[in-house]
Design a protein around this ligand. Structure first.
Ligand SMILES: NC(=O)c1ccc[n+]([C@@H]2O[C@H](COP(=O)([O-])OP(=O)(O)OC[C@H]3O[C@@H](n4cnc5c(N)ncnc54)[C@H](O)[C@@H]3O)[C@@H](O)[C@H]2O)c1
Length: 307
């Protein structure tokens, strides 16, 4: 894609900064981020406009959406645990903030609105693999907020014809994920512990499974989402790994002497997660390409350079 105007909310964060890197080479990119969990360092050297501000600022959001081709909406309180601690703030940022953007996108005649939803919406439903047609059973304010925004996207499409795609991202990993952040994923935390020869802490029995997807594949899913269709799509690898298995692999590939220890599970954590990615493959023509072993090695290399 070339020559388009793109607004990336949350573009200074982990996933958003990969999108900014990818799209800013041939397009006119604006990043809106309040830096509550993201960092300007993630955008170093990129040719784009950075606006420090919140998606809760209606006037700002309206101004930025005007005449923009595509909105990639990633800004959020992106942590299940923080959402349990402060559900009001979670809904204010994730739901009210998203509504500001949807309204502004309609007024600004945005061509497509791409929303980063989450596998968390499936919550407790025991069925595997998770399919987009299943009834979501959210078990955290974070998951409920993501589902509410998906519904708002559908409503704005029906009422005002705003084209949209909601990408239900599963567990995303890769370079630039900050292991020190409370929002960060298990892979970056395990790598940081292994490199520091600290114990890797597994919450619960470690038999939980997750479907890890590399951030480069996620970037490609946003590009695919622009090209085709409306609707809701799982973005994942379609394969699962146990948390115990992941910990062992990371200890091995970092040549670490770290031990693996267990602590009680966390509320709001789901037991098993695996996606069916058939819908994204058939409708968006998107395929995840990164093998987990290689993706982990690349992430380890990046984190090693940061130490
Ligand atoms: N990382 C994952 O595995 C994963 C999985 C599913 C869904 N997601 C979703 O993808 C998106 C990006 O996640 P991430 O892992 O890159 O998280 P992140 O915390 O690195 O990025 C979120 C960004 O949003 C910004 N932000 C927060 N509140 C804001 C506000 N009010 N106004 C403007 N900016 C604000 C933060 O400063 C940060 O830069 C989030 O919406 C998250 O819910 C992530």
């Amino acid at each position: 894609m070339r020559g388009k105007t793109i607004l990336i909310t949350g573009g200074a964060g982990f996933i958003g900064s990969h999108l900014a890197t990818h799209f800013s080479t041939h397009n006119i990119v604006t990043v809106l981020d309040d830096l509550s969990s993201g960092s300007r360092d993630n955008l170093k050297g990129l040719e784009l406009r950075f606006v420090k501000g919140s998606i809760l600022n209606r006037r700002l959001v309206k101004h930025l959406c005007k005449g923009t081709d595509f909105v990639f909406h990633l800004a959020a309180m992106a942590s299940v645990q923080s959402s349990i601690a402060d559900p009001e703030r979670c809904f204010r940022v994730n739901v009210d903030g998203s509504l500001n953007l949807l309204k502004a996108a309609v007024e600004g005649k945005v061509k497509k609105f791409i929303f980063s939803s989450s596998a968390a919406v499936y919550g407790e439903s025991p069925e595997l693999p998770k399919r987009e047609t299943m009834l979501p059973v959210p078990i955290s304010p974070y998951a409920a907020s993501k589902l509410a925004v998906e519904h708002q996207c559908i409503v704005y499409n029906k009422l005002y014809g705003l084209p949209f795609v909601c990408l239900r991202l599963f567990n995303v990993y890769g370079p630039k994920q900050d292991p020190k952040s409370q929002y960060s994923g298990v892979i970056s935390k395990f790598i940081a512990a292994a490199l520091a020869k600290q114990p890797l802490i597994v919450f619960g029995d470690g038999l939980q499974t997750r479907d890890f997807v590399y951030v480069g594949d996620v970037v490609n899913s946003f590009e695919a989402a622009i090209r085709d269709g409306n609707g809701i799509f799982n973005i994942a690898s379609g394969a699962t790994t146990t948390i115990n298995g992941l910990a062992s692999v990371l200890v091995r590939i970092t040549h670490s002497s770290s031990s693996i220890i267990h602590k009680p599970g966390k509320p709001g954590d789901i037991m098993h997660s695996r996606a069916s990615i058939r819908k994204a493959v058939s409708k968006l023509k998107w395929i995840p390409r990164m093998q987990l072993a290689r993706g982990l090695a690349e992430t380890v290399t990046w984190q090693n350079q940061k130490v």
